[in-house]
Design a protein around this ligand. Structure first.
Ligand code: NAP
Length: 351
């Protein structure tokens, strides 16, 4: 029995973002009606146009300027059956880890849950957490991460170093503390709904959201884009990032979590195996058409075929089994991402 019936109204925060736009589209593909919270009318109207093909009455938006404001979702939650909470800052420009990352992540999540509790029709809340909530420094090749692991390291780093903490640790702490707060809320408040948290590593794949200029690209895709435009070195290509996953797979698992009875009160790791930019660059150079390559003449090749850094394993068997999930092939992730970037460059960024 699906938890949320098709045709139900699902609220999504952050549909203007890279992942959120794919989640909203996946909801629409599944026949849900979708209400998105966005920070401006312009972002809302972009999405209305993007999703017009699913029917004018299927997507609507409400303005929520800041997920951190008390009662941020109180109006948006009315009449909703489920809530996908994806909105959270993901960037490394955070002089103050609390103000810039941790507070919006934690308070935004708590606001989502408080509003959901006030609306009796809400049955499930799916929260975009992260592999960042799980991963801790371990010697490469020695550890298998599962949903049982928690990142204790990053919150301690921020506690100890405050504004001098590394930005990546501040971001990881924001995600960890937000997810911790969510599980604590459920334990203490015993709401009428259950929650599911999704834990992706770096997300790649095609871009469909509003990106008015390349400097507005979301953090994960921008990491790859910087290789395409030649701003990163061959050495950078060897840097390990743990793992990646396709944005369409992450969106699919968010939506499948609404349909699957067994997804309630669970965490799900969604990841693939590759762990540095070099194999992804090799995939690009080996598979891109000459036409696509001509869009990025300065692209960095790295050191083709160079072996990738030893990484720890991420056990994704739970998500694979629960959702019968088989990750999208690396070639499709990379080529579809670069094709979308070439299209944005040609049609939007060069004007
Ligand atoms: P993104 O494109 O920057 O999207 C972030 C979304 O959150 C945007 O819609 C943004 O609104 C919204 N947002 C951020 N702070 C907000 C605030 N204070 N008030 C209202 N809205 C706010 O990044 P993304 O990569 O899609 O990230 C989406 C989610 O996935 C985040 O929870 C992130 O932590 C998680 N995640 C991402 C990755 C990855 O590699 N991309 C990996 C693991 C987890 P605007 O559009 O108005 O800025």
């Amino acid at each position: 029995m699906p938890v949320i019936e098709k045709g139900s109204l699902v609220l999504i925060s952050g549909p203007s973002g890279y992942l959120g736009a794919h989640c909203a589209e996946e909801l629409l593909k599944h026949g849900f009606r979708v209400r998105g919270t966005v920070r401006s009318q312009d972002k809302g109207e972009y999405l209305v146009d993007l999703f017009e093909k699913y029917g004018r009455d299927k997507f609507e938006y409400v303005i929520v300027e800041d997920v951190e404001a008390p009662g941020a979702f109180d109006k948006a939650i009315k009449g909703v059956d489920a809530f996908l909470h994806t909105a959270s800052p993901f960037h490394f420009n955070a002089p103050d880890p609390y103000k810039d990352l941790i507070n919006p992540a934690v308070n935004g999540t708590l606001n989502a849950l408080k509003s959901a509790k006030s609306e009796p029709s809400v049955k499930r809340v799916v929260i975009t957490a992260s592999f960042a909530c799980i991963v801790e420094p371990k010697d490469p090749g020695t550890y298998v991460f599962t949903e049982k692991d928690w990142n204790e390291y990053s919150p301690k780093q921020v506690e100890e170093h405050g504004k001098d903490a590394e930005a990546s640790q501040s971001y990881r702490a924001s995600k960890t503390l937000a997810e911790r707060a969510a599980w604590k809320f459920v334990e203490e408040e015993k709401p009428q709904f259950d929650i599911t948290t999704i834990q992706p590593p770096l997300i790649f794949g095609p871009v469909i959201h509003q990106v008015p200029s390349p400097d507005k690209l979301n953090t994960s895709v921008n990491n790859f884009y910087q290789f395409l435009v030649g701003n990163k070195s061959a050495e950078d290509a060897q840097n390990g990032f743990g793992s990646y996953v396709d944005v369409r797979d992450v969106a699919k698992i968010h939506v499948e979590s609404l349909l699957n009875d067994h997804a309630g009160n669970q965490r799900f790791l969604v990841a693939t195996t590759d762990s540095s930019y070099q194999p992804l660059l090799d995939t690009y150079f080996n598979n891109a058409s000459d036409d696509l390559k001509s869009a990025f003449p300065k692209a960095q090749q790295g050191k083709p075929g160079n072996s990738k850094p030893k990484a720890n394993t991420i056990d994704t068997s739970k998500a694979q089994k629960t959702f019968n999930w088989k990750p999208i092939a690396e070639k499709d992730t990379v080529i579809d991402m670069v094709e979308s970037l070439a299209k944005y460059q040609k049609e939007r960024w060069s004007k």
